[in-house]
Design a protein around this ligand. Structure first.
Ligand SMILES: Cc1cc2nc3c(=O)[nH]c(=O)nc-3n(C[C@H](O)[C@H](O)[C@H](O)COP(=O)(O)OP(=O)(O)OC[C@H]3O[C@@H](n4cnc5c(N)ncnc54)[C@H](O)[C@@H]3O)c2cc1C
Ligand SMILES: *[C@@H]1O[C@H](CO)[C@@H](O)[C@H](O)[C@H]1NC(C)=O
Length: 583
């Protein structure tokens, strides 16, 4: 009997199993809780390839979508501001929502390409009932350095939208002149108890913001009134924005303007007033932007890698991101950008320290195929990369993870570190081979960074530095190695203490005194032959580690930054030296 029962259970299980699998397929287009720099607790909608259509098109609210790269410094710096804004505007959610998509994730590639995102972060306004169509890539919203400015841009945009007939479900943002209270509240629905008149100038966004803040309370409304209108004089207002509550059935006005009429103070005043009238106005915590940086530090129990060791895994991972995600992001690739891609592949072909022929053949095949056409779409390049990966499989031999470039938290290091590592490796390995490919590596790096590197501010800085330090004048292999070293140090100097700096990996003038005492001469000057030797050892093919070194071999980075030599004198040494390098 037992046996029969068990058999029966087993067969029902087998019967149920396929439907469970079907469930998993449905779950597949569900929202995810966390990706890149954001999690759901930040009050943003996390968009991915899987939920994009469902969460962007045909919505009955407007949205701002932020396209970002999780490794881009500006994106990281902007994230806490965006999060603070999104928690602040939670009460606006029926009208507008903030959404984010990480373009450095391979699965999101196609969307970022279709939206023609070429700078990171980028903001696009998506109006309600948006439809999917060619060229429907949202309206560009200017990037700002603060959440406060972004909020006022948003409000201005929403005012414009409403004046064009959209956002009918939002509070009315229009502003007018009145001579009497009766006139001012004439159009207000009868179920409203109090109308708050906000007197301000046409360009002020405070009134609209208040209206949005309290939009979900049916019995109260906000109405904007010109500060220069006659009613302002009637109300005896002398400073603006001014606030007057008007009881709709009695037309009884109550002047409420606080001493310092910021939006927060106005909102508090409204709150206090309504409480005094026993009107149920739920307290909303006024969000504290400071409390909202939401650091989710991932536990890192593993021993720290030796920072001055190059790991093959880092090189593979960087290569994969660059070939699968970055170069495929242009909608159309031709002319200078296509040439930049070909130069990049060309230096990879000749100077990458391959540990297998598969990867080498893959790169060669990719290079040769891309050469056959004058123009490629990003989508076609992606398909080609995938196809050639199959042809030459397996092309990667590591776990494709950052080891040398692993940050103490996921928001630090990673790809940008990998890219430096890759190009140092290429200059050193080019120099160790016959011919003079070194200078070509620098040019390829310049082209790559200009056209493909998804860290927009890095790209701009690097191009400016390349011009200043005369990258295109470098003619020899060893000078290419040293050019990249000194320019990287210039970047390290600029970024020391920056908020993108991983506290566990301080930006130093490389190599550190402790790692290479012989690299320094008296008074902070560099011993160039020793530096060259050091770079050759570190980035040379023979020393690239395939696997993580054992714990005993790993050493923590020096806690002392050797920037205390004095920034100015150091800069001077760098500049003088950079000039002599090119003479
Ligand atoms: C072209 C480029 C431009 C960038 N511009 C900016 C920018 O404008 N703003 C911004 O916020 N971030 C920028 N970044 C990112 C930034 O430089 C770092 O990559 C990031 O902060 C991570 O730092 P990290 O500690 O991993 O070390 P990284 O600076 O990424 O260095 C990686 C590794 O290279 C080695 N190394 C360090 N210095 C040298 C050197 N001088 N010579 C040889 N090897 C060295 C070390 O082992 C180090 O761990 C840029 C990156 C690149 C590739
Ligand atoms: C509002 O902004 C416009 C455009 O910047 C400007 O011309 C106008 O004078 C401003 N109005 C007020 C009252 O400041």
């Amino acid at each position: 009997m037992m046996l029969i029962m068990n058999l029966w259970n087993l067969s029902t299980l087998l019967f149920i199993l396929p439907s469970l699998i079907n469930c998993a397929v449905i779950v597949n287009d569900a929202d995810i809780d966390e990706q890149g720099l954001y999690s759901k607790s930040d009050h943003v909608v996390i968009l991915t390839q899987r939920n994009f259509e469902r969460r962007v098109y045909g919505q009955n609210h407007a949205a701002v979508v932020q396209f970002y790269n999780s490794y881009c410094g500006h994106c990281r710096a902007f994230a806490p501001k965006f999060k603070a804004l999104s928690s602040e505007i939670v009460p606006w959610r029926n009208i507008i929502q903030l959404k984010v998509i990480d373009c450095s994730v391979e699965e999101n590639n196609e969307i970022c390409r279709e939206f023609e995102v070429m700078a990171y972060p980028s903001l696009r306004y998506i109006h309600e009932h948006y439809v999917k169509a060619n060229g429907n890539v949202g309206d560009r919203i200017m990037m700002t350095d603060t959440g406060e400015k972004l909020k006022s841009h948003l409000i201005t945009k929403m005012q414009t939208e409403q004046s064009m007939g959209r956002l009918a479900f939002a509070p009315k943002f229009d502003i007018a002149s009145y001579t009497s209270y009766a006139g001012a509240v004439a159009g207000v629905p009868h179920d409203v108890t109090y109308t708050f008149l906000v007197f301000e100038n046409e360009n002020s966004t405070v009134g609209s913001e208040l209206a949005l803040d309290i939009n979900d309370y049916k019995q109260i409304k906000v109405k904007r009134v010109y500060d220069i209108s006659e009613l302002a004089a009637v109300a005896g207002l002398t400073h603006f924005p001014g606030l007057v509550a008007v009881h709709l059935s009695t037309l009884q006005p109550t002047p409420l303007t606080p001493i310092n009429p910021t939006k927060q103070n106005l909102l508090r005043t409204i709150n206090t007033f309504l409480k005094s009238k026993q009107y149920i106005f739920p307290d909303r915590d006024i969000p504290d932007p400071e409390a909202n940086t939401n650091e989710h530090s991932d536990e890192n129990n593993q021993p720290k890698s030796n920072t001055d060791t190059v790991y093959y895994s880092d090189l593979e991972k960087t290569l994969k991101t660059s070939l699968y995600t970055e170069i495929t992001r242009h909608k159309i690739l031709s002319g200078e950008a296509l040439n930049a891609l070909l130069s990049y592949l060309d230096v990879l072909k000749t100077s990458f320290p391959y540990k297998t022929n598969n990867l080498r053949d893959f790169i060669e095949d990719l290079y040769n195929t891309l050469q056959t056409r004058m123009e490629w779409s990003g989508g076609d390049i992606y398909d080609l990369v995938k196809k050639l990966e199959n042809t030459h499989a397996p092309i990667f031999i590591t776990q494709l993870e950052y080891i040398g470039c692993k940050g103490s938290q996921s928001k630090y290091r990673g790809y940008t570190c990998g890219l430096w590592t890759l190009f140092h490796t290429l200059t050193v390995n080019a120099a160790q081979k016959s011919g003079t490919k070194g200078p070509q590596v620098l040019r390829a790096m310049h082209g790559y960074v200009k056209h493909f590197f998804g860290c927009t501010e890095c790209s701009e800085h690097f191009q400016a530095m390349a011009a200043r330090n005369r990258l295109f004048d470098v003619k020899e292999n060893d000078k290419a190695v040293l050019w990249l070293w000194i320019s990287h140090n210039e970047v390290n100097l600029r970024l020391a203490g920056d908020l993108t700096e991983d506290p566990e990996y301080p930006k130093i003038q490389f190599p550190s005194v402790s790692k290479c005492p012989e690299c320094r001469l008296a008074r902070g000057a560099w011993n160039l032959p020793a530096v060259y030797q050091y770079l050759e050892n570190m980035y040379g093919a023979a020393n690239i580690q395939e696997f993580r070194k054992s714990r005993s071999a790993a050493s923590a980075p020096s806690p002392f930054s050797n920037l205390d030599i004095g920034m100015l004198s150091l800069l001077l040494v760098l500049r003088v030296w950079a000039d002599s390098l090119l003479d």
